[in-house]
Unconditional design. Structure first.
Lengths: 505, 345
């Protein structure tokens, strides 16, 4: 083995019932290297990571480490012992314990807990990594971003040789991402090998040294970062040359019906109990608009108030100029409003139900549970949308939890499209999914709008918003601070509107 | 505005477990105060309080075990049955086989251990629903106690009765009766055993890694696994300890009542669950405290005393008051937790 090489995986195979998740995949990592693992959803990144961390047992192939040679990893404990630490996209800490406990539980010698030492050590580490949390604080009282950083602090403290970061940045805002990158570079200098899984191409080019690309469970190749320009990387991931992303808005003609320009939905002085200031909002027929602002600025809370998902405190809502009362989601649905929630794991999917049942769920609620659809009808609906949205699933009977993230998102989208809503709200529909599916969804949004549907689109990625929306509502600190349309729709203008309040206040 | 901020900081500083514990203790003292005010003299005598301990030492022990499994996110409803089985086995061994005290203690711990091993294995390693496993365990234990001995009888062994009647005076506590004679307050051996167990479990949960693992597993099983905790082993150990404690509780129960009957400790598992919940242990797991459980038992039994003291001795009155009390506790708990959540925002 190469002098510098600390991890080498050769010919890894893993098969799940019905799917060959990994086929003879090779992967290697050097000390002091940040190595991006890229691929579309379902390409096998997560599976490879889980094989390496002992969550899954591999069917074939070998894993070798620098010090120990070939090893068998059967459980996360084994992985920890070999110096492999992982920080997952979803927080894998215990919310009921303190920050310090979460950093030290499950490891170390002896059978007693020395609270004093543990809290002191934790406080020191938190301070050195500049993490804004107290050691004795209960984890549940920290923000998601801080929880993520606590997880990284834990991994850092374990003196790991291999650190796996599985989409750690998807719930962080830009400053926090910068801080994380600083931390990664620091670890790199100390000789830790870092495997970085992410969907953000910018981030890959900012910190990584090497890229390994997977597609459909197979290795596409390993590249030096300087040898692989962005367009090529995307092409490798998709297995085809990518469409020109910047121009999709121009292609779609927009909606030109007689009633174009009429307000479909209008809200005045709307306020919910989620802590947002009262806001006014309206959307025209066939329009795509969006809420933008930093993480936590109240984007999601606004649309949740529109949909009645949070308790509405005051304000009036109108559909086509007629006042309507939306107190709970089912009211909104009856008025032709559909909402795709931000956190699909919590608010969206019913994991154990099949793809078909998940698709027909919302429509079933509207028609009433005492008038179930016939099996044939349900199948017809499911098949139509699986085809239309290109959902990758073994069959309509597959439980949705076994699908990859992007495909789960498409299923939920199908669920709402089936209702033929007049007004569709998409909250972070492209978060954590791959470039190909992102473009699919963006195109679909514009297509729907050109057919006369009104769409509100929320995304953390500004360029995505710019590509799809014709009007943007800008938010800061839970307040609407501006509205941009036409020529004002530029990256710079958005940034200055988000930041600009300081002088006024 | 400023006061509100301060309130928020208190809520955020205290962990869920400690917050619920504080509520429990405050409510117990309020209730005891109420008992003194409305039912007068009786509750002022120290012996009244120690009798609550004497009558409930077995319940304290089972409730401790129950809290442990509940913190781990599991449940064990077989404990009442195990107490009955252990007390019949030990009584039969002592009287019909002229067994020794040492032997009978071994039997008690052995039966509890066997229960903990089997149920723990089924629940932790074979991943069977804990409710189902311990439901079967409960029926099995009740059935077995009837097979061991059907009729009700008092244990005659002199050594045993000596132990049973041992009174340990509480220094500095006592009261003067109508004839003016000073009678010191006392506790039975079972109370000492129960308190030792409370202390041991408190230490286990607070200062050992295993104890913290119980909380972690109850908080989030998947996360606990990822944090490198052996989830199966942790669950298994919780059930094992609970089983052994049920065995010890069975012996303590026999020491208190001194008689064998298949109907012994009827419904004790439910009282244990109720005490744990009143004591601030959450059925959802990850939150709980042994000291709270002790106060849970005390609260439960104080309310029972108040009800029967008011001349409402019927079983259904007790049942209804306990039900009402559980509701009040759960409402207070959820209100406070909701307050805490909104304080965080």
């Amino acid at each position: 083995m190469n002098e510098n090489r600390i991890l080498e995986m050769r010919g890894i195979d893993k098969t799940f019932p019905g799917v060959r998740a990994l086929q003879g995949v090779d992967f290697s990592l050097n000390a002091g290297e940040i190595h991006a693992l890229m691929g579309e959803n379902g390409a096998g990144k997560s599976t490879l990571i889980k094989v390496l961390t002992g969550v899954y047992t591999k069917d074939g192939g070998t894993i070798s480490l620098k010090d120990t040679g070939e090893v068998q990893i059967h459980s996360p404990q084994d992985a920890q012992k070999f110096g492999i630490s992982t920080v997952y996209q979803e927080i894998t800490l215990c919310p009921n314990l303190t920050v310090a406990e979460n950093m030290y539980i499950g490891r170390g010698e002896g059978s007693l807990t020395n609270w004093k030492k543990m809290n002191a050590d934790a406080a020191k580490l938190l301070a050195s990594l500049d993490i804004p949390a107290k050691a004795t604080q209960q984890l549940a009282s920290c923000s998601i971003a801080v929880q993520q950083m606590v997880a990284i602090a834990r991994a850092v403290d374990m003196e790991c040789k291999v650190l796996i970061l599985d989409e750690p940045t998807s719930s962080l805002d830009e400053q926090e991402v910068e801080k994380l990158f600083g931390l990664m570079r620091d670890l790199k200098a100390r000789g830790v090998g870092i495997i970085f899984v992410t969907h953000f191409l910018d981030q890959v080019y900012e910190v990584c040294d090497k890229i390994t690309v997977l597609r459909d469970g197979q290795l596409v190749g390993e590249y030096e970062i300087k040898d692989l320009p962005r367009v090529q990387l995307v092409a490798k991931m998709l297995g085809k040359e990518m469409d020109d992303l910047s121009d999709i808005k121009g292609e779609q003609g927009g909606y030109h019906g007689d009633d174009a320009g009429e307000d479909v939905f209008e809200a005045t002085g709307l306020q919910s109990d989620a802590g947002i200031k009262p806001f006014d909002f309206h959307i025209r027929k066939g329009e795509v608009n969006g809420f933008t602002g930093l993480l936590g600025s109240g984007r999601s809370e606004c649309v949740r108030a529109i949909f009645g998902a949070d308790r509405v405190l005051q304000g009036t809502t109108k559909m086509h100029g007629k006042p309507v009362k939306i107190a709970k989601p089912v009211d909104a649905m009856k008025n032709g409003i559909a909402y795709l929630p931000e956190d699909r794991k919590v608010d969206g999917i019913v994991g154990d139900l099949s793809v078909r049942d998940n698709i027909i769920l919302a429509l079933q609620v509207l028609t009433g549970f005492f008038k179930p659809f016939s099996k044939a009808q349900a199948n017809a609906f499911a098949d139509e949308y699986i085809k239309k949205l290109n959902i990758k699933t073994a069959s309509a009977d597959t439980p949705i939890k076994s699908l990859s993230g992007g495909n789960q998102q498409k299923v939920i989208l199908a669920r709402w499209l089936l209702m033929h809503p007049e007004y569709l709200i998409l909250d972070e529909p492209t978060r954590g999914i791959d470039v190909g599916t992102k473009v699919d969804i963006q195109k679909l949004v514009l297509e729907l709008a050109s057919e006369g549907m009104s769409v509100t689109f929320i995304s953390s990625e500004t360029d995505e918003m710019l590509r799809t929306c014709s009007r943007l509502v800008v938010m800061r600190d839970r307040k609407v601070v501006g509205e941009l349309s036409g020529e004002d729709l530029t990256q710079n203008k958005i940034m200055s509107t988000i930041a600009g309040g300081e002088s006024k206040a | 505005m400023k006061a509100e901020n301060k309130k928020g900081s208190i809520f955020t500083r205290v962990s869920d477990t400690n917050l619920l514990l504080a509520i429990t203790i405050v409510i117990f003292f309020l209730m005891y105060l109420g008992a003194i005010i409305f039912q007068g003299e009786g509750f002022l005598k120290p012996q009244k309080f120690f009798d609550i301990l004497n009558n409930n030492s077995a319940l304290i022990i089972t409730a401790c075990g129950m809290s442990l499994v509940m913190i781990t996110g599991s449940i064990d409803i077989s404990v009442g049955g195990v107490v009955a089985l252990v007390s019949t086995c030990c009584a039969v061994y002592l009287d019909f086989h002229e067994g020794s005290i040492f032997g009978s203690i071994l039997i008690a711990i052995g039966v509890g251990l066997a229960y903990g091993l089997v149920q723990g294995f089924l629940i932790a390693y074979l991943d069977i629903q804990p409710f189902i496993v311990s439901l079967a365990g409960m029926f099995f234990a009740r059935g077995m106690s009837t097979i061991v001995h059907t009729a009700h009888f008092n244990v005659a062994s002199t050594v045993f009765n000596g132990l049973k009647n041992t009174r340990i005076n509480v220094p500095g506590m006592g009261s003067v009766n109508r004839k003016g004679i000073y009678i010191p307050a006392y506790v039975e051996i079972g109370v000492i055993v129960a308190l030792v167990i409370v202390v041991l479990l408190f230490i286990l949960l607070r200062w050992t890694k295993l104890g913290r693992n119980f909380y972690a597993v109850g908080g989030n099983k998947q996360s606990a696994l990822m944090l490198g905790i052996n989830v199966k082993k942790t669950k298994f150990l919780a059930h094992l300890i609970c089983g052994v404690l049920a065995g010890i509780a069975g012996y303590v129960y026999l020491l208190h009542v001194g008689s064998s009957s298949a109907d012994n400790a009827m419904g004790m598992e439910m009282n244990a669950i109720a005490s744990s919940i009143i004591g601030g242990t959450m059925l959802t797991g990850g939150v709980g405290n042994i000291v709270g459980t002790l106060f849970g038992v005390l609260s439960l039994s104080t309310i029972q005393n108040i009800v029967s003291g008011a001349g409402l001795g019927d079983a259904w009155w007790t049942g209804i008051t306990i039900a009402g009390m559980l509701c009040i506790f759960l409402v207070i708990q959820s209100v406070v937790m909701a307050q805490k959540k909104s304080a965080l925002k």
